[in-house]
Design a protein around this ligand. Structure first.
Ligand code: FES
Length: 244
């Protein structure tokens, strides 16, 4: 599916917002993603997975961090150019925990799908929630709501986001989380300890995005699962965190 770019700009250090016209062909659940073909040539060969940070009547927004050759090429895309997307893919955050204290917890580029989840919770479900986001430093922050933690202490809580929220968690808490594996693993152990519920959206290297290459498998209590097809959202108790 070729769609037109309506915006592509840097919104924080090495972090870009790519807005693409909404073709009005589908709905998108928070946590679902697209495989984006970086260019029409054979290099970089593969598509890259990007979760949806916003979805309105006018556009689909993807927020991406420049981490290699593929994402660097993406920064050169201009408004009016077309981009090839495959999706929406994956299961998404489809179960909203009623009667629980909902927390959104994101780290780095993993905050992006939680931005879209927050607008769905607010506008569609009318459900209250709190949001907590961790970044390395102030110049990497691209969210404009929630409580912030930075690893270098340059903004908000001085330290990681799990330390910031740990004392607030209990059996009445239900977390929706996305972030780097090291953060998610720590959060999973804290959630076991505190007895809270949690759905995690796993970040994984994906080559195909459609269940063919097996490049994204993770170990679960029920055998190996494909992050692209069975996830990316899982109940945290399903994942074998020791293997992560
Ligand atoms: Fe190929 Fe998941 S990315 S099977």
């Amino acid at each position: 599916m070729e769609l037109k770019i309506v915006e592509n700009r840097e919104i924080a250090k090495n972090t870009f917002s790519l807005k693409i016209e909404n073709p009005a062909l589908f709905d998108i659940k928070p946590g679902q993603f697209f495989m984006v073909r970086i260019n029409g040539f054979n290099y970089p060969l593969l598509r890259r997975p990007f979760s949806v940070a916003n979805f309105t009547g006018n556009y689909i927004e993807i927020i991406y961090r420049v981490v290699g050759e593929g994402t660097k090429i993406l920064t050169d895309k201009k408004v009016g150019e077309f981009i090839d997307l495959l999706g929406p893919l994956g299961n998404g955050f489809d179960e909203i925990a009623e009667n629980k204290k909902i927390m959104l917890v994101g780290g780095g580029i993993g905050a992006a799908p939680l931005i879209y989840l927050s607008s769905v919770l607010k506008n569609r479900h009318k459900t209250p929630y709190e949001a907590f986001f961790g970044f390395n430093s102030k110049d990497e922050i691209y969210v404009d709501f929630g409580s912030i933690a930075t690893m270098d202490g340059s903004s908000g809580f001085d330290g990681n986001v799990v330390d910031m929220i740990e004392d607030r968690l209990n059996e009445d808490t239900f977390i929706f989380a996305c972030g780097p594996t090291i953060m998610m693993k720590r959060l999973a152990y804290v959630c076991y300890d505190k007895g809270c519920g949690m759905k995690v959206s796993l970040e994984s290297r994906m080559a195909c995005g459609i269940g063919v290459c097996l490049g994204c498998v993770v170990e679960s209590q029920n055998g190996f699962k494909k992050v692209c097809e069975d996830g990316p959202v899982f109940d945290f108790r399903e994942i074998v965190w020791q293997a992560m």
